[in-house]
Design a protein. Structure first.
Length: 443
């Protein structure tokens, strides 16, 4: 990548300009563009329009913080580096004409489509919607009743129905039904939708945990996608304070405050606070220590479970945390074992220990009493000696050690503990859980 340049030196031919950003060629960077934010803020499809001095810098700062985090989490994003206070470098993408909205709670237009729901209704399984991006109430040769209609794709029939997003969905008939080839711009576009939905949900889950760590709640967001020159799918455009709803003590600290008529100074302060909070969005250093009494203790079931749960896209490390296998009999060599444990925890304080030790059922409580990190005991020999399991379950009083029989469940429990401070692990663990859930409310 090139070193930072001034705007005049770095910007090439204008590619596109919208209400809140400008995209231009990056001079001297083939296949790259510069995405520059503007101080404009709009609502109601541009019906409401103001300028907030400094908003462009805050928007770029927020987007770059978010994209860096998502990139760390293994999500393919159209982001290279921030070049100045209002601009970042990104690969040129052929943007797809869809806006993907992911919701953890019911807010905004969703309440108009589902008027029977209370504001803030929780979706245990993320709810995802796709809107067709249009302008001038037209799509190709078709006149539309509204811009950005809600899409419902019937995969079996190859038809796409369009609905007015501001009206109740129940009882509403589509105002237009199109063949897929009237919507899609490329023959393989239908094949992209499963990956689009997956990446949108993963991005939401990673950001959901980041906001939880910061003491706030992400309740919904909208994202867009594009295709890089090699045909790969990228989460593109921007994710800034115009892109989501975030609650702080029950109040919006995002663009919704502007939509609801908040003063510009108050809105600007919220944008500054959000940019500052996202500065802390990062992945922590964490580890799982699998403790075994001897080389005969086969820890493969735990390692395999960790790899199965933490599988991430190709090109990213297979595990989003450090994994250490420690071998020492706590009964035979307690001093050496505890010295090793203290060394490991000093190196990575955010650690969970899984004690996987044959019939040495006192090892887990001993490790737990001697460290400040969580310890989970797995009685490795319980299937061969089922009567011994009770000695693992009857742990000493005031020693916070858990006992889990199945190695895979112990691996999951360890990951859930680490997920409290790790957006990537939260993303991976929660994604697997939500695949088995069914929302009570669906379109």
């Amino acid at each position: 990548m090139s070193t930072k340049k001034s705007d005049n030196e770095a910007s090439g031919r204008l590619i596109a300009e919208g209400k809140t950003k400008i995209i231009s060629e990056a001079a001297g960077e083939p296949g790259m563009v510069l995405v520059a934010s503007k101080d404009d803020i709009t609502a109601g499809d541009g019906a409401k329009h103001d300028l907030i001095c400094g908003k462009a810098a805050l928007a770029t700062r927020t987007t770059c913080n978010v994209f860096r985090l998502l990139k760390e989490c293994g999500i393919p994003v159209a982001f290279g580096l921030q070049t100045d206070t209002t601009t970042f470098l990104a690969p040129l993408c052929a943007m797809l004409p869809y806006e993907v909205v992911v919701r953890r709670e019911a807010h905004g237009s969703y309440l108009k489509r589902m008027p029977g729901l209370a504001k803030g209704h929780l979706f245990p399984k993320l709810l995802t919607e796709i809107f067709l991006k249009t302008s001038g109430r037209a799509w190709k040769d078709h006149a539309l009743l509204c811009d950005d209609p809600l899409m419902e794709r019937a995969e079996a029939s190859g038809m796409i129905a369009l609905y007015e997003p501001s009206k109740p969905i129940h009882g509403q008939k589509p105002f237009l039904v199109l063949r897929e080839d009237e919507v899609f711009g490329r023959p393989d576009e239908a094949e992209l939708f499963p990956e689009i939905l997956k990446l949108a949900r993963r991005a939401f889950l990673a950001l959901e945990k980041s906001w939880q760590i910061a003491g706030r709640s992400l309740v919904d967001f909208k994202v867009e996608f594009g295709l890089a020159s090699d045909g790969s799918l990228l989460l593109a455009d921007v994710i800034d304070n115009d892109s989501w709803r975030v609650l702080e003590d029950g109040a919006y600290i995002d663009k919704q405050a502007y939509r609801d008529g908040g003063g510009l100074d108050d809105v600007a302060e919220k944008y500054r606070r959000v940019a500052g909070i996202t500065d802390s969005f990062r992945l922590p250093a964490q580890q799982i220590v699998i403790w075994r009494g001897s080389d005969k203790d086969d820890v493969a079931p735990i390692v395999n479970a960790l790899d199965r749960i933490c599988g991430v896209p190709t090109g990213v490390d297979a595990r989003p945390l450090k994994l250490v296998i420690a071998t020492c009999s706590i009964h035979k060599e307690p001093a050496r074992g505890l010295d090793e444990l203290h060394r490991l925890v000093r190196e990575v304080p955010d650690t969970v220990v899984i004690a996987f030790i044959g019939r040495s059922n006192g090892a887990g409580p001993t490790l737990s009493a001697s460290t400040t990190v969580p310890v989970i005991t797995v009685p490795a020999g319980y299937k061969d000696f089922p009567e011994d399991v009770w000695s693992s379950l009857r742990t000493p009083s005031d020693v916070p050690v858990a006992t889990i029989l199945e190695p895979a469940n112990a691996a999951l429990a360890a990951l859930q503990i680490l997920a409290l401070h790790n957006p990537q692990i939260h993303m991976l663990v929660r994604e697997r859980l939500e695949e088995r859930l069914v929302n009570a409310v669906a379109l």
